[in-house]
Design a protein. Structure first.
Length: 431
């Protein structure tokens, strides 16, 4: 069988399985689970992989991770790890689809929370399941091993819990297979079927920021008898906005405070206020600088109000950085699927812990457009006439067009086949 024949078989199999992929996506979308709680999602994934006939299904990896193993019939030493994230977000869905989530998690730390796949991980999971089905149909023609890596807790586990890509790597489950490449994709509010990828940094490095301001608890009627941490916390939030001015404009940085937690009530000045946020940068050196500056700001601002303050940087995630040679090697496979609907975009301050796999094995992580949008002259998404418009990831209104799922299945399958055949090779970092 020629390479062209095999590619044609992949496309035909992806077309034949499209209705099932859509059904899987809808089921996952209606039953979302938060990070480190993806028990039913993982069980569904494992059930499908076994039904497809993969050679091995490994469950409960770093919590609820699942790895399917498909060994090709042609031997070969290459192994590709195809990765999808499976967790959802604490977001109340307002997408308007008839399969919208109505799930509320009553027991999650800090909850209860409404839960929704507002970042498209249901699409990622369904597309990788589709690729697993397609590739098992051509296993006799594969010269190597395919790992279907379904990763939990990409959005970050609850504080104090382990999880995510780093935990999967630490588990050692992938070590015996020695992957020679990692590949994956993230759906984004770009034109349907449009692929974006860039050399160098594509996604930011990230850290979860926890700032603790401590005063002295007292009744609200006698504030002079205690030390109120709330004004200090408010001053820290304001000061965070000034940190951008201390970093060169050539270095993209964002520090966002997204959650405030205190231990008081309407008539009690509490002892402690905790601020939770995120720091995003593209350079590890800049991250170190930002952390030093933020720590100093917190400590000195709290002291000015008679309080103490600490800044902690938790759940660090490295940036997604592509070697130019990796992107060049992947281009023929990507173009075979999407034609000229591919381009390079500026780096984003979004993060994705797929970087752990890319750093370990080398590889490529692409963005796949799934919405009713075009690109304006500056390359920014803009609504198409009569379409649903731009709905960002993590928005309650985020949506993805089901028709794009088949493209994701084909991208996974083509990249896997080409890598195993030696037509798409990457060298691991440091090799």
């Amino acid at each position: 069988m020629t390479a062209d024949d095999l590619h044609d078989r992949l496309d035909a199999a992806a077309s034949a399985i499209q209705a099932d992929v859509v059904a899987w996506r809808h089921r996952l979308h209606q039953h979302p689970e938060l990070s480190n709680r993806e028990e039913r999602t993982a069980a569904f994934i494992a059930e499908q992989l076994r039904a497809f006939g993969v050679d091995e299904v490994i469950e409960q990896v770093a919590g609820h991770g699942v790895v399917g193993v498909l060994r090709g019939g042609q031997g070969g030493t290459r192994t590709i790890a195809l990765r999808a994230d499976i967790d959802a977000l604490p977001v109340k869905e307002d997408s308007g689809v008839d399969f919208a989530s109505t799930v509320v998690d009553e027991n999650y730390p800090g909850g209860p929370f409404p839960v929704a796949h507002a970042c498209g991980h249901d699409c990622h999971t369904a597309m990788l399941l589709g690729a697993a089905h397609v590739l098992t149909r051509v296993r006799e023609s594969l010269g190597g091993t395919v790992l279907f890596v379904f990763q939990p807790a990409e959005e970050g586990p609850p504080i104090g819990e382990d999880g995510g890509a780093a935990a999967m790597l630490r588990s050692g489950v992938l070590d015996p297979f020695a992957p020679s490449m990692a590949f994956g994709m993230h759906v984004v509010p770009g034109p349907k079927g449009y692929v974006a990828v860039r050399t160098g940094p594509q996604y930011a490095a990230s850290a979860l920021v926890r700032i603790t301001i401590t005063g002295a608890q007292v009744h609200g009627s006698t504030p002079w008898m205690g030390v109120d941490p709330m004004p200090a916390a408010a001053a820290v939030i304001q000061a965070v906005g000034q940190l951008y001015r201390q970093v060169p404009a050539t270095e993209p940085v964002t520090i966002s405070i997204g959650h405030v937690e205190d231990v008081g009530r309407f008539n009690i000045i509490g002892e402690r206020v905790c601020l939770y946020g995120t720091a995003r940068v593209l350079s590890p050196t800049v991250m170190e600088d930002v952390q030093r500056r933020l720590t100093r700001t917190v400590e000195h601002t709290a002291q000015a109000y008679g309080c103490t303050g600490t800044a902690e940087f938790l759940q660090p995630v490295p940036a997604v950085v592509h070697d130019p040679a990796w992107v060049d090697a992947a281009m023929p496979s990507l173009r075979r699927v999407v034609g000229d609907r591919i381009g390079e975009i500026p780096p984003t301050l979004g993060y994705d812990d797929v970087s752990e796999f890319i750093d370990a094995y080398g590889g490529v992580y692409i963005m796949l457009g799934v919405q009713d949008v075009d690109l304006d002259s500056a390359g920014r998404p803009s609504p198409t006439p009569g379409g649903r418009g731009v709905a960002p990831n993590h928005s309650p209104k985020f949506y993805a067009d089901d028709d794009t799922l088949q493209i994701g299945v084909r991208l996974h399958a083509h990249v896997a086949v080409d890598h195993l055949a030696g037509a798409l090779a990457v060298s691991p970092p440091g090799a």
